[in-house]
Write a protein that binds this ligand. Sequence first.
Ligand code: CTP
Length: 403
Amino acid sequence: MSVLSGKKILLGISGGIAAYKTAHLVRLLIKAGAHVQVVMSPASLHFVTPLTLATLSKRPVYSTFYDEEDEKGLWNNHVELGLWGDLMLIAPATANTLSKMANGTCDNLLIATYLSAKCPVYFAPAMDLDMYKHPSTLESFHKLEAFGNIIIPAENGELASGLSGEGRLAEPENIVAFLEKDLLRQLPLKGKKIMVTAGPTYEAIDPVRFIGNHSSGKMGFDIALQAANRGAEVVLISGPTHLQIDHALVTVVPVVSAQEMYDACHQYYNTMDVAIAAAAVADYRPKNKAPQKIKKDDATLSLTLEKTADILASLGKQKTHQFLIGFALETENEIENATLKIQKKNLDLIVLNSLNDEGAGFAQPTNKVTFIDRNFTIEPMELKSKEAVAFDIVTKIIQHYEA
Ligand code: CTP
């Protein structure tokens, strides 16, 4: 999944021949999961049709303050548009539009939207090589960069004039890559490595049977996604589950048994900054796995179980610099038991689920948790979706690094 997924992008198109490339640019942004609102300068309408862009962006395209043919006389509110965006991209940005942006010459909807936008603004210039080098254009660049706007430099190559040189609009693929790289760089967990355990473990009884539990893995998968969305590189070590995750920053390591999960965790742990144990690991496993399917010859069947290794406790023991988070599922003396677990397993934070709370637990889409940290600060949270709980857990990690 791209870091652009879910991002609201205001795409301002100004009037240069490179505007024809914006059809492809919109397609790439939509493919990356972004929502794209196109705002066109009047001059750009000569180069690419609003119908093309509206079809590709699945939104109406705006180019005027109001539609003269619309009897209702609806006003295209540039302030609302400006506030809607998570980022604004002006591509192609012609010399004329750049000069208007730099000087606040607000004579069309695109510039009014630009002046109203509170979000980061990127601009991708496109013009002939001499225009690109002209001191007036360079002055616009400097002014805009001083406003905090970010330039996506033009590329070198053949120009519409027939000349060759610097001034070509950056290729749509390169614009998207530039945005992705820049957004990633700003994310709070950029450069952090996070390991998450998720799901149940299956402990084999014989080749076809196992002891397992009802964990869906959702909590761990949601944490992995939220951490990756905020820039972390995530290793998700998961027991058997139907869940899938598609994110460039998440590596899934599938395991089956508690021992496999233990081995995978220790393979990655030393290089990790954070480890979160959200898996429902089996506490016991059959002492001996029958080599063949067990026949139902007897009226009763006894299995001897042995303890599995406590993965989280072993991570606590080997902790050097890692921020270690565990879960606790308690039915009585919740706070007291969870607090003891922090000490016993050498944790930095415990996420307590109390089965006494309605909406908390295994097969629910919601969870009600209480955070307890190693200073025994207790923070009860509201009942929330598991995604929202995952977001809160990742926020705790960010706060740890900001402190
Ligand atoms: N955990 C683990 N490995 C195990 C068992 C548990 O990593 N073999 C982790 C879980 O992922 C979770 C925490 O430990 O983060 C949960 O512990 P929990 O099962 O609630 O408590 P236990 O320590 O097993 O103690 P008890 O069941 O006796 O309360």
